[in-house]
Ligand binder design. Structure first.
Ligand SMILES: C[C@H](O)[C@H](O)[C@H]1CNC2=NC(N)=NC(=O)C2=N1
Length: 119
């Protein structure tokens, strides 16, 4: 299904499994245009992921941001990697573990995380 012109924010993550559709590169690029600041990371062979670093006010603020991300991830049943580094930098990395690749769920989660951290 081509959902690349649909707002990612309005979609919901679907349960994923080993046969979940992996996105082609042109779809990845189209979805990324909806997600300013998010970047494709292909540094690990055959294991693409998307990532973005958010800057909090301080450590406490970053921990609050993690709690907000937790709520989104639990609601969507899709979970990012989160790294809190150097007191105020929150790096969020997303991939669909079930396929070791990128699926629509990753972009939906990125859109919802961006929105919850911008509030
Ligand atoms: C059983 C449960 O639905 C799965 O393990 C979900 C949970 N969250 C997940 N999150 C991510 N990012 N990828 C997955 O494949 C995944 N699978």
């Amino acid at each position: 299904m081509d959902l690349s012109h649909t707002s990612l924010q309005g979609l919901q993550c679907q349960p994923c499994h080993s046969k979940t559709e992996v996105l082609a590169m042109n779809k990845i690029e189209e979805y990324l245009t909806q997600l300013p600041g998010w970047q494709l990371d292909t540094s690990i062979q055959d294991s693409p992921r998307i990532r973005r670093t958010f800057t909090g006010k301080d450590f406490n603020h970053c921990v609050e941001m993690i709690c907000n991300i937790r709520n989104v991830a639990q609601k969507e049943n899709h979970h990012p990697e989160i790294h809190l580094t150097r007191f105020k930098y929150l790096e969020v990395v997303i991939q669909t573990f079930a396929v070791n690749n990128l699926t629509i769920n990753d972009f939906i989660l990125a859109a919802k995380i961006t929105s919850c951290l911008s509030m």
